[in-house]
Design a protein around this ligand. Structure first.
Ligand code: PNW
Length: 426
């Protein structure tokens, strides 16, 4: 089976991971600036210097032949303090970027929030504070007013599950809170912000609008009823919590405090979306917890698969299962899907393992489509090697190698492979 006419091939990045220039253009401080200034961590101060080199990066994408580019807007460039009118210099940067893309016939796909919250809002409690959802809708309105005529797909939030978990439950990411299940309100407030932002954007654009979730099939390791129950609980927390309410089904039973979810919130969160953004990396192995363990599941390694430099298993079947599982779980309520991130960390400019990874995952998408799943596009994470959050610059996800001393970009073997795939599928 060939990919249908109009299938979108793309690449993804995010603002804090590539832009640098953190003190330029009137940008305010984000939680990632604050978080990375601690104890000798790597920072995004320079990253890929994309803020200054965006024209070169757009030219690379034109060479690659992609149909679309998914990037994110840094909220602190638009509202340095998280509220108030739009900073014209911040808008101007994304204006230039969007126009450069359109001039090369590349569709701009814009994510409003990829984790770089204005520090001023964190000082008020960040996503633990319900008010942040309303601030997010105001910000969405400002960006919608500026770019609503040119952006081809809108994405409100990137991976609210990962942001809640690593940012608020374990503290591995900014803002660094380790609240375990106390982090759940940060999920609800993000989803509320998503719904309010969808409503704000509708008044500003006719383009499709959605969210990009991180999905990981929960694979029970061990066959006891307790193992299956633990996997079901993990599935509810990682996957269903961020999908059921969008599709009008409310929250699964995950222990979200009833005080947090106010009357009317679920209607706002269920504001219709036009597609579902799916970021997939790997399934999660789950077992029953040991007696007295703090969490209702135990996460275990999946044995018998190759692993990437990140230590993540390479499981293309997980992507096919995930997509086919959506159809089983949501049926007619399931909107069309875009794979908004798929990729892996490996060293080297010659990167046959990345080629093998991407080839097998593209084939998994094809298999899911043959089984009836409506997938409209596939975006590789990432165009460039970049600032990989808690891992700093040690994990390389790019189709293009970046030398972080000289900022020289070198297309990898996987870049040529992806260019050929795109050309062959036209
Ligand atoms: C995603 N995990 O993050 C993000 O959207 C990207 O910004 C990031 O660079 C990419 O995946 C690679 O990590 C994730 O621990 C971070 O399971 C952590 C996890 C998953 C996704």
């Amino acid at each position: 089976m060939r990919f249908p006419e109009g299938f979108t091939w793309g690449v993804s990045t995010s603002s804090y991971q590539i832009e640098g220039a953190v003190k330029e253009g009137g940008r305010g401080t984000s939680i990632w600036d604050t978080f990375t200034q601690q104890d000798g961590r790597a920072t995004g101060d320079e990253a890929c210097d994309h803020y200054h080199r965006y024209a070169e990066d757009v030219a690379l994408m034109a060479d690659l032949g992609v149909d679309a580019y998914r990037f994110s807007v840094a909220w602190p460039r638009i509202q340095p303090e998280g509220t108030g009118p739009a900073n014209p210099e911040g808008i101007a940067f994304y204006d230039r970027l969007v126009d450069a893309l359109l001039a090369r016939d590349i569709d701009p796909v814009l994510t409003l929030f990829h984790w770089d919250l204005p520090q001023a809002l964190e000082d008020q409690g960040g996503w633990l504070n319900r008010d942040t959802a309303y601030r997010f809708a105001e910000y969405a309105d400002l960006v919608g007013a500026a770019l609503g005529d040119r952006v081809k797909l809108w994405i409100t939030l990137n991976e609210p599950f990962i942001h809640m978990t690593l940012g608020y439950a374990t503290g591995e990411h900014a803002p660094g809170h380790a609240l375990l299940f106390g982090a759940l309100p940060a999920a609800h407030h993000q989803l509320l912000g998503h719904g309010l932002a969808v409503q704000a954007l509708r008044a500003r654009t006719t383009s499709p609008i959605s969210i990009a979730n991180n999905y990981s099939p929960a694979w029970p390791q061990g066959g006891t009823d307790a193992d299956l129950a633990a996997a079901a609980t993990y599935h509810a927390l990682h996957n269903r919590m961020f999908t059921d309410p969008l599709l009008g089904r409310g929250y699964p039973e995950i222990g979200l405090d009833e005080e947090v979810v106010k009357d009317g919130d679920l209607d706002i969160i269920a504001s219709p979306i036009d597609f579902l953004g799916v970021n997939y990396y790997n399934p999660t192995g789950v077992q029953a917890p040991l007696p007295g363990a703090p969490l209702p599941f135990d996460l275990v390694a999946l044995d018998g698969y190759p692993i990437t430099d990140f230590g993540w298993p390479v499981v293309p079947d997980g992507l096919r299962d995930l997509l086919v599982g959506f159809l089983t779980e949501y049926g007619d309520a399931l909107p069309p899907i875009y794979i908004t991130e798929s990729g892996c960390a490996y060293e080297g400019v010659d990167d046959p393992q990345r080629v093998a990874y991407l080839d097998s995952h593209v084939n998994a998408v094809k298999a899911a489509m043959a089984a009836g799943v409506d997938v409209r596009g596939y975006f590789v994470w990432s165009l460039l090697d970049n600032f990989e959050w808690a891992e700093g610059y040690t994990k390389r996800f790019g189709l293009v190698h970046v030398d972080f001393d000289t900022q020289v970009r070198t297309p990898k073997t996987s870049f040529s492979w992806y260019r050929d795939l795109i050309q062959a599928s036209r």
